[in-house]
Design a protein around this ligand. Structure first.
Ligand code: GDP
Length: 295
């Protein structure tokens, strides 16, 4: 499971701190050094770790904290609060006010985009929405069939390309069908590539201009660590993302992507995927994730 080693290292740092009783500034600094190393080893970006440790120190070495009855507990609480903040503060909900609302799913090949489109449709259908999936990934040969099969298994209709080969035309046709069928949310699966390239971005920009999405969700593989953050930065620069969905948090990811993406890009993590099964998608609650990380 994700974060195992980070959780173990943080627990160890806190255990040592608790063992000291009264704390001096030097005790706090020692703990902060351990926390800093633990975060860096979890692949959290240096750009994120440095100011984070600075903020924790500023709060933790305040006279009231060091003189208090259980200073170690208070330091743990400060770290927890900072982690929650780093992860986005509160749940960032989807904006689905418009009818039909349009969600564009983007990401690199293999990140889990098509699977996640199906999971999201299932999630929304479970909350009383009437989704339509649109198969506009005509680059990866199996993607259309994959989405068709997913849709069937969750009982959500899938708009297929038919004779169309242009993703823009497919997305527009899907949207028109959603209007005609009075669906409330359209989830468009778009093409990925192995690497970000100009052609991919141009295609996504064209689809965006055509369907004017309410949500542009980047699906990133949490296992790729800092690379996930770099990918999010590039996609955000080109498309102005509204959210990130982190996948494969069930793997042995060190957690760096989860902890850095929001701080590095300003884009909130909206969902986390924790397995291949279609029910393995959850809204991303920063407080729950922070609790999990602290163990
Ligand atoms: P796409 O190329 O981005 O559309 O990726 P796919 O949706 O085809 O997913 C690529 C692979 O990752 C598939 O084998 C999925 O089953 C798998 N996958 C997707 N999400 C998760 C996840 O959260 N956890 C795990 N373990 N595997 C996932």
């Amino acid at each position: 499971m994700a974060f195992e080693s980070l959780t173990a290292r943080l627990s160890e740092a806190f255990r040592r701190l608790r063992g000291r009783g009264r704390l001096t500034e030097a005790d706090v600094d020692q703990a902060l050094r351990e926390i800093r190393l633990a975060l860096l080893e979890a692949d959290v970006s240096v750009k994120v770790v440095r100011p984070l440790i600075g903020r924790i120190r500023e709060k933790a070495v305040g006279a009231e904290i060091l003189k208090s009855l259980n200073p170690a507990q208070q330091v743990v609480k400060i770290v927890y609060d900072e982690l929650v903040d780093l992860l986005g503060g509160t749940l960032a909900e989807l904006n689905l006010a418009r009818r039909p609302a349009v969600i564009l799913m983007v990401g690199l090949q293999g990140a889990g985009k098509t699977t996640t489109a199906g999971k999201l449709a299932r999630h929304l259908a479970g909350r009383g929405k009437k989704p339509l999936l649109v198969a506009a990934d005509v680059t990866r040969p199996a993607a259309v069939t994959q989405l068709e099969v997913l849709g069937r298994s969750i009982d959500v209709p899938v708009h297929l390309p038919g004779a169309l080969t242009d993703p823009v035309a497919i997305a527009e046709a899907g949207l028109a069908r959603a209007r005609a069928e009075e669906r409330d949310v359209v989830i468009v699966d778009t093409a990925g590539r192995l690497h970000i390239d100009a052609a991919l971005m141009a295609e996504l920009e064209a689809v965006k201009a055509a369907v004017r999405p309410d949500e542009i969700l980047l699906v990133v593989d949490a296992m790729t660590g800092q690379e996930a953050v770099a990918v999010a930065e590039r996609f955000h620069a080109a498309l102005t993302l509204t959210g990130v969905i982190l996948t494969k948090l069930d793997g042995d990811t060190r957690g760096g992507a989860a902890l850095s993406v929001k701080a590095a890009t300003g884009v909130p993590i909206k969902f986390a995927a924790t397995g291949e099964r279609l029910d393995a998608l959850e809204p991303f609650y920063p407080d729950r994730m922070a609790s999990r990380i602290l163990g």
